[in-house]
Design a protein around this ligand. Sequence first.
Ligand code: HEM
Length: 446
Amino acid sequence: MTDDTTPDRSRRAFVRAAVAAGASAALVGCLEDGTTLQAPAGVEAPSSLPDRQHAWNDALHEDRDGNVSPPEHHVFLGLSLSAEPDETARETVRTALREVEKAIAWGPDGVLFTLGYTPAYFDRFDAPLGDAVDLPEPEPILALTAESDVTVDTNDALLHLASDDGAAVLAVEQALFGDRDRLNGRSLSASLEGVFDRTARRTGFVGPGLPADRQDGLDGIPDGEPVPDEAPFFMGFRSGFRESQATEDRVTIREGPFAGGSTQHFETLELDLEVWYDESDHEQRVARLFSPAHAEREAVGEVGERLGTETGVASVADDVRDHARDEGVVGHAQKLARARDDGTPTLLRRDVNTTDDDVCGVHFVSLQREMSEFTRVREAMLGEEFGRYGLGPRQGNGILRYLRVRRWGSYLVPPRPRRALPRPDPDGEDSEADDAPKEKDGSGDG
Ligand code: HEM
C-alpha cells in the first residue's frame, strides 16, 4: 500500500512538520513510540569517530552514480553564549555532545552534526586565532541592491544537525537543550542549556521529491507546482556531483592547533522562481545553471539524470566569454568551474532547501580550508567581467537574478577534540589541558 494513510507516510509527514516547527518533548515522545534510533556500534563508538567533525562522507550513502547523498533533514541552531567559556562550561559542552554520540549512531540513519564558532566568539579572548586559521569578520558579497536586508551572524556558534530521520534531529535538539533526560534509551547527565541560548533556528531538507512535495503556497514560487517530481532542489536539478565537490581532505586545515578542522560558510538565499519557471523553458534553465553548451547538447536530462559523477562544465569553462558574447548567457556552474584551483574544486558544498517563514529558499553551506577560498569563488559567481557583454545580475549571468542574500555567516569548525568552547590559542602557555575526553567511551549511561 502506498496511499497517504499508511503509518509510514503519516509518520513522515508528521516528522516533517515537526522538524520545520520545532517540536515539544511530548510530541517527539509520541514519535518515538515503537521507534528506536540507530545506536552506535557497541563499545567502539564514539572513540572511533573521526577527529574531523566535518568528516561525514564516509558515513553517508551514495546515489546510484556514486555521488554522496546528503542527509534529508537539517536543523541549524544559532547559539549565543550565556555563560563564561571557562573549564566548567567547556566540560559541560564536551559531555553533552559525547552523550549524544554514545546514544545515537554517527550517520544518516542516526545523526551527524558539526559545532562551529564565529569570529565574534573568538573576539572575547585576548589571544588571537593563529595564522593557521583564516576566519575574517564576515562581509557579505552582494550582487543586487535589493539585497540590502542581510543579517550577518554575530552570535557565537552554529550547531548543524542532520539525519535522514527527522525524529533523530528533533530528539537530539531536545536532548542538547534539556527538554528530555533520556535519548534512545540512555539517560543524559549534561545539556547545552545554561551555556548557550538558542537565538536562531533554521531548517532544511534535500533529496529527490522533497522540494516538489513542499512547493505549494510558498513565497517565491509560482502556482502550478512547477518543481519536477524527482528534483532534489527547488531550482529543479541535481547538484553536488562528486567531481565538482572538494574532498574532505581538501577542505581540512592542515596546521596549527585547529588542524583537522575546517571553515564553514552559511548563507541563506531567498529564491525568486516566478521568472525561472514561468518565463524560461527547460533549455534556458539548463543554460543558466550549467552552460549553453549543455542546453544545446541536451546533456543534462530533466533533473540531471544524464550526468553521472561530473557535469562536464570544466570542459566548457574556456568558452564562457564566447557564450556571454554570442548567446547572452553564462552558466552558473560553468562560471564557477573557472574558480577551481588548478582543476580542483575548493568548496565542499552542503546546501539544502528551506521553507523557513514559508519562503522558498536555500541554506547554502560550504566547507573550505580557508575563508579566502570561499570569497574568491563567491566573487567569481558575481561574474562582473561579463558586464562588458551586457550581462548584469539581472541578465543571463548564471542564476544571480533568482537569488536574494538574506543571511551570511562564517565559522571555524574545530576538530572534534577541540569543539567544546575552544580558546583561540589552545596550545598557549597558559591554556587549560587539551580537550581530550575525560570519561571512558562506551561506558554506562554517562
Ligand atoms: C540557490 C542557489 C544555488 C543553486 C541552486 C546552485 C546550483 C548549482 C548546480 C546545479 C551546480 C552544478 C552541479 C554541481 O556540480 O553541483 C552548481 C555548481 C557549483 N556551485 Fe552552485 N548553486 C547555488 C548557489 C551557489 C553559491 C552561493 C555558491 C558559492 C560560491 C555556489 C558554488 C558552486 C560551485 C563552486 C559549483 C561547482 C563548480 C565546479 O564544477 O567547479 N553555488 N551549483
